[in-house]
Design a protein around this ligand. Structure first.
Ligand code: BEZ
Length: 217
């Protein structure tokens, strides 16, 4: 596995590169820390900023939701760990929560940000943008999103993507537009009708030969 610090784009199904960095909870060896969990690895531009404060608070308020999905969360900004610790008190106070996940910081976090392409030079040479990497238990990147500094992310959507990825893996379906937990699913075109009958005992509707809908398995 390459651990070059060049800012190469990581893409879907690439291995989520390993790194070591300090965090608000001590030194993190990323792959070891991830263990056999799913991971949502997200960056934010800067400590002591308003949008980031609301985002990190929301991630902590969703603690039980991440656990339900065997999903760990980890944040990164290029500020130092001592700043992260001071800022955490503000987040807890203003967002009515208690942060229970690590925030990576310092030089190791800067290196990791470069590895993961979280610094977009045309946005800022020094700050990370709002990146999110969805990483499965085999350490593969399964999805990613990127928002600019001024736009806070929707962590309900991020949970929805974790749900969809886990469902696709478990049941061999795909999820249609605006899918939510419990909604109808799509049978991938690679599955024949004959196999679909065996695989999806709840049955399916064929709207077009390439568009078959089944209740969520
Ligand atoms: C914020 O989190 O509010 C923020 C951070 C960097 C630039 C702009 C806004």
């Amino acid at each position: 596995m390459s651990t070059t610090l060049e800012n190469k784009a990581l893409r879907i199904n690439d291995v989520a590169l390993d790194f070591t960095a300090d965090s608000s909870e001590g030194k993190i060896e990323f792959h070891k820390w991830a263990g056999d969990s799913w991971v949502v690895f997200f960056s934010h531009p800067k400590d002591f900023t308003p949008v980031c404060t609301t985002e990190l608070g929301e991630v902590a308020r969703k603690s039980a939701e991440w656990k339900k999905r065997n999903c760990k969360v980890i944040a990164l900004s290029v500020d130092g760990v001592e700043e992260h610790k001071k800022w955490t008190a503000d987040i807890n106070e203003t967002q009515n929560t208690k942060l229970d996940y690590p925030i990576l910081g310092g030089q190791g976090a800067k290196d990791a940000a470069n590895l993961y392409g979280m610094i977009h030079p045309n946005a800022s040479d020094t700050f990370t943008v709002r990146s999110v990497f969805f990483i499965d238990p085999k350490k593969k990147i399964r999805a990613q999103i990127t928002y600019p500094a001024a736009v806070g992310r929707n962590f309900d959507e991020i949970l929805r993507v974790v749900d969809a990825l886990q469902l696709c893996d478990r049941a061999g379906v795909a999820t249609p537009v605006n899918w939510k937990q419990g909604g109808d699913c799509i049978i991938p075109p690679s599955v024949s009708d004959e196999d679909a009958k065996k695989k999806f005992p709840k049955g399916f509707k064929t709207l077009k030969p390439y568009l078959r809908v089944t209740p969520q398995p």
